[in-house]
Design a protein around this ligand. Structure first.
Ligand SMILES: Nc1ncnc2c1ncn2[C@@H]1O[C@H](COP(=O)(O)OP(=O)(O)OP(=O)(O)O)[C@@H](O)[C@H]1O
Ligand SMILES: [Mg+2]
Length: 526
């Protein structure tokens, strides 16, 4: 009872403070009153008012002699805070609209936009609201506004809602710093396959460098002058085992040097509960990982976190992004459709993002992807990751997987350095005919026509385990009855030979033919 009385007294005290503070800006307080009466956002308006009252009290706003410039700055801040609340409402309504398509929801969205237009002191927030709406698939009624949205391109680099207010100069400086970091991380040899451990895809890497990295590394002011924006979506498609996942992970290290990428697979996002799949997806976009410590500890970290690129890798993308309406009946189809809608909204509605975001989709079933996602502005850059076609490409892949065994002297070839295990064997059997490392690579590449990167990696693994098997069985046989190791020379003799690779290639060919026959059988049955 006493407690309740105290709380009411405190509220009255706050309201009294509020009314004196807001007498200074009567237009502002009138508009707030109108909103809480006329719309359904009563609670959030009260909360906003309380927040503002607290801010005003804390800063002595109600009591100090008014300095016009400082007052108007504060009024602007309060207004911005309030408008951002309205933007939140628009986003929530858009999310709802995408699922229910209801006319009432749509009307509410437009009327909230009108409110933003009428009451925002910052024209950029009006553009932000309009962009959210248009990008979610709703047309803008006012052509002039629509044109303004077209002209504004810095949207993806302004801070997310609820973030601390920062001057546009700070944001510009931080964005320039972030693009410099990307420029450094991708310069010189960074995009070379040999350095990344990716074979036979140098052309693909260069294409991605040109189309994705360059705009990210360029100064934002230059992009603005050119009227272009960095790409938001990259789709890597191609047959299984061609290195898409490998490529995306390596690329993310170059493109996102300030924070770790988010890596998820399509099936992980899908959830059997209605609404949960979109929520999973939204969470990924809304929770970029923290900056790496060297950036998180900087003085400007609070601005950097809003401008540092967030790379999201969506592996097995087709599992979540199938064409709408064709996903089949039932809950799974409905869930997928709304995930696609959510993805469209997130990729387009730049305002809802806490940081500029690049989405990398990976799939071997590009035909199944919703066409709307493939339009420009979304997954605008689409790159096919091909099967290795030439001997040279297969050599590059084999090299990625054999270099380690060669350098450590575990590969039985002629040109091996002194003191290595293979050298000992060569000295023991000097008459043995051995190929040089490059000759071996060429010969294996010629024998493995039609194999993917994953199959070639498999061949190398299998060859190594043959050598291991040989020496481990010798090693095991060398245990004395007492369980003591008689000699460890067998481990030193663990060498991978040419015939280990050749036998593994033959096995792989047999397995691939078998899998192909099985696939053909399945498609005939269909
Ligand atoms: N171009 C390549 N260079 C080197 N290794 C490769 C290459 N392509 C594939 N590999 C090897 O094969 C493994 C599997 O490749 P990865 O998972 O990237 O293929 P994918 O294209 O994503 O396949 P899927 O479509 O089945 O998901 C890699 O981890 C790597 O060891
Ligand atoms: Mg993959």
């Amino acid at each position: 009872m006493m407690m309740g009385f105290l709380m009411i007294a405190m509220e009255l005290f706050l309201l009294a403070n509020m009314s004196s503070s807001f007498a200074i800006n009567s237009i502002q307080s009138k508009s707030i009153g109108a909103i809480s009466k006329s719309s359904g956002w009563h609670d959030s308006s009260i909360k906003a008012e309380n927040d503002r009252a607290e801010a005003a009290c804390a800063s002595g706003y109600a009591t100090t002699d008014s300095n016009d410039a400082a007052d108007s700055k504060k009024a602007e801040k309060i207004n911005q805070h309030f408008i951002r609340g309205l933007l939140d409402t628009i986003q929530e309504e858009l999310d709802k609209w995408m699922i229910n398509g209801s006319l009432i929801t749509k009307t509410r969205i437009y009327s909230t936009l009108k409110q933003v237009e009428r009451q925002s002191m910052d024209p950029e927030l009006v553009i932000l609201a309009s962009r959210m709406i248009r990008n979610a698939g709703l047309p803008l009624e006012d052509p002039e506004l629509s044109e303004k949205v077209d002209r504004s391109i810095v949207g993806s680099r302004i801070p997310g809602r609820g973030e601390s207010e920062t001057s546009s100069n700070d944001i510009k400086e931080a964005a320039t710093f972030a693009s410099n970091v990307i420029a450094r991380s991708g310069s010189e040899t960074s995009f070379m396959g040999a350095r990344l451990g990716i074979g036979g895809l140098d052309e693909i890497l260069l294409e991605i460098k040109r189309r994705v990295w360059i705009p990210l590394a360029a100064p934002p002011s230059l992009l603005q002058e050119l009227g272009i924006q960095p790409v938001r979506g990259l789709l890597l498609f191609g047959q299984p085992g061609t290195g898409k996942t490998l490529l995306a992970r390596s690329l993310s290290k170059i493109l996102s040097p300030m924070r770790p990428p988010t890596i998820v697979s399509g099936p992980e996002i899908m959830d059997r509960f209605v609404g949960s799949s979109e929520a999973n997806l939204r969470k990924i976009f809304d929770s970029p990982p923290d900056l790496y410590p060297q950036y998180a500890t900087r003085d400007d970290a609070h601005v950097l976190k809003n401008v540092a690129l967030h790379v999201i890798i969506l592996d097995e993308f087709d599992a979540m992004a199938r064409a709408r309406g064709r996903s089949g009946q039932g809950d799974a189809g409905v869930a997928r459709d709304s995930v696609v809608n959510q993805l469209l909204a997130k990729m387009d509605g730049v305002d809802a993002l806490k940081a500029p975001t690049l989405v990398v989709g990976l799939t071997n079933k590009r035909d199944l992807i919703e066409p709307a996602l493939l339009r420009s502005g979304r997954f605008e850059v689409q790159v096919e990751v091909p099967m290795p076609k030439t001997v040279q490409q297969r050599v590059s892949i084999l090299k990625v997987h054999m270099d380690q065994m060669y350098k450590s002297g575990r590969l039985l070839v002629q040109d091996v350095a002194d003191g290595m295990p293979a050298k000992r064997r060569i000295q023991q059997f000097p008459s043995e005919q051995l190929a040089r490392y490059d000759e071996l690579l060429n010969s294996l590449a010629e024998q493995s026509t039609g194999m993917s990167g994953a199959s070639l990696a498999g061949v190398c693994r299998s060859a190594a385990s043959r050598a291991l098997e040989r020496s481990v069985s010798n090693f095991a046989g060398s245990f004395s009855d007492e369980g003591e190791v008689a000699s460890s020379t067998e481990m030193k003799d663990c060498l991978v030979r040419k015939d280990d690779f050749e036998q593994s290639i033959q096995e792989m060919i047999i397995m691939q033919n078998f899998n192909k026959k099985e696939d053909d059988k399945v498609s005939e049955d269909d």
